[in-house]
Ligand binder design. Structure first.
Ligand code: BES
Ligand code: ZN
Ligand code: ZN
Length: 494
């Protein structure tokens, strides 16, 4: 979890605030700001002498620490690099390093000279507190030691900074932490039932949210044959989890956020090789993104209508599991040949997407899924793959991704690619051509279930866990990818 719990904003001078550490930023080869000069004077020139003595130039990733007085125990000067290279993502990364620095010193709180880090600009203020929060992220639930050290819980930010942006950044950072936690739990703990309970908990605490869940027992009579096919081999009962948030006008159609929630993907009868199969507990990261946004929305209450939808099950081999070659009928009536039971995410999403599309007539749909290994071949773990059927919506997603620093790269869904999923015995099949454009084939498959509703699919199989850069990512485990971007997307729509 993110241990940072509060941001205090104050117009007091940073050297008047009692604190174990005060952080202040300096651009490359720039003089001290007037406030930093006052701070220096307070310490009888100790700051400027240390800067000269150490030849500190303000290079990015460099820092300088001096000991202060009884009020401010230490001052740490952080190099920001060249002013022109200091964007919001740099601010986010630097902030996460600051939290880690404080955590190493077991400081419960610290002070930030807000203006020196460019926080007068609202997007910087938000990105910075996101970074502060993410820098305190830890997942120690299952470690019997390592729990007792003092945690960073509070940061005080000085200067004329927008409090709302600071708080929003903290809430979004905490929501990313929530998504990471859900993803990091092992599959013997985080089951579809657990996920449903977590969604209910958030919804129950928010008067504008309504929670519904459908159990696997209901899938057959509901006509969700594709989801059922995947779920039938699992002992853990599958769930379709829905939360409606009504923050906008009654007449306003909702935005739908749909997540793949495979709490474990063994591959089913088309079983995966043993190496790294443990990582398939992360096959619910798409649903974790949806849950993270759910939490952020519950707290920030944007004036929008939103439907959150999750298809959650395990994919297991069993006497009752579906076989390669089985033909199933999806909620929208299309028949599907299941050529490989490991291409299960698209089968689950086929039913959830068509259910959401039919029941809520959403204005737009975004879906998140760890859908293909192929996206790792195409984009590595730097960018998520995005595909869609509507240029305007795609532009909105790209714009939000630029603000949030979560990279996306579009792959085409041209009709030439879409032919690959035509079925031999049924309408469509759950595989494209062997080894060719696997990520696009999966996108082309999903496209069959959204009709003309503007839709963007994000394949996060490469970005949901593993990448250690930028530094606000954890050293191991889930990243909570997408939560920041989606909240930004929603905000741009308000
Ligand atoms: N959950 C996997 C995709 C995946 C693989 C995510 C590796 C992250 C890392 C998905 O259900 C899957 O198994 N996809 C198959 C599809 C194939 C059978 C067409 C894949 O990518 O190999
Ligand atoms: Zn699979
Ligand atoms: Zn999967």
């Amino acid at each position: 979890m993110v241990t940072l719990a509060e941001i205090i904003k104050t117009k007091k001078s940073s050297f008047d605030i009692e604190s174990p550490i005060l952080f202040t930023g300096i651009y490359l080869n720039k003089n001290l700001t007037p406030k930093q000069k006052m701070l220096d004077a307070e310490f009888d020139g100790a700051l400027s002498s240390a800067i000269t003595l150490e030849g500190f130039e303000g290079k990015a990733k460099k820092e300088l620490q001096i000991y202060g007085n009884d009020t401010v125990k230490r001052v740490v000067v952080i190099g920001l690099g060249e002013n022109k290279d200091y964007g919001t993502d740099e601010a986010r990364a630097i902030a996460s390093n600051i939290s880690r620095y404080a955590q190493k010193l077991e400081a419960e709180s610290f002070t930030i000279d807000g203006e020196s880090f460019g926080l007068k600009k609202l997007p910087y203020a938000q990105a910075f507190t996101e970074g502060l929060a993410l820098g305190t992220y830890e997942f120690n639930t299952y470690k019997t030691k390592e729990k007792d050290d003092v945690k960073v819980t509070s940061a005080t930010i000085t200067g004329d900074i927008d409090k709302k942006s600071l708080d929003k950044g903290l809430i979004i950072g905490q929501s990313v932490g929530f998504a990471r936690d859900l993803s990091n739990h092992p599959a013997n703990v985080l089951t579809p039932t657990y996920l449903a309970k977590e969604a209910k908990k958030v919804a129950d605490n928010s008067p504008k949210m309504e929670y519904t869940v459908f159990d696997v027992k209901e899938f057959k009579k509901m006509g969700m044959g594709a989801f059922l096919g995947v779920a039938q081999g699992a002992k853990e009962p599958a769930k379709m989890i829905l939360v409606e948030y009504k923050g906008g006008k009654k007449s306003q159609k909702p935005i739908a956020l749909v997540g793949k929630g495979l709490t474990f993907d063994s591959g089913g009868i088309s079983i995966k090789p043993a190496g790294k199969m443990d990582e398939m507990k992360f096959d619910m990261c798409g649903s974790a993104t949806v849950m993270g946004v759910l939490k952020a929305v519950a707290e920030l209450k944007p004036k929008l209508n939103i439907v959150f939808a999750i298809g959650s099950t395990e994919n297991m081999p069993d006497g009752n599991a579906q076989r390669p070659g089985d033909i199933v009928t999806a909620y929208n009536g299309k028949t599907i040949e299941v050529l490989n039971t490991d291409a299960e995410g698209r089968l689950v999403l086929a039913d959830v997407l068509s259910y959401v599309n039919a029941h809520y007539e959403p204005e737009a749909i975004l879906d998140f899924a760890t859908l293909t290994g192929a996206v790792l071949i195409a984009l590595g773990n730097i960018a998520s793959g995005v595909m869609g059927n509507d240029d305007t919506l795609m532009k909105e997603v790209k714009k939000a991704s630029q603000t949030s620093g979560e990279k996306v790269w579009e792959l085409p869904l041209w009709k030439e690619y879409c032919r690959a999923i035509k079925g031999k015995y049924a309408d469509i099949q759950n595989l494209g051509e062997p080894r060719l454009a696997g990520t696009i084939a999966a996108g082309a498959f999903l496209k069959e279930f959204v009709n003309d509703t503007p839709w963007v699919h994000l394949d996060i199989a490469g970005t949901a866990w593993g990448p250690k850069e930028p530094t606000y990512h954890p050293k191991v485990g889930a990243t909570g990818v997408g939560v920041r971007m989606v909240y930004q997307f929603l905000e741009n729509r308000k």
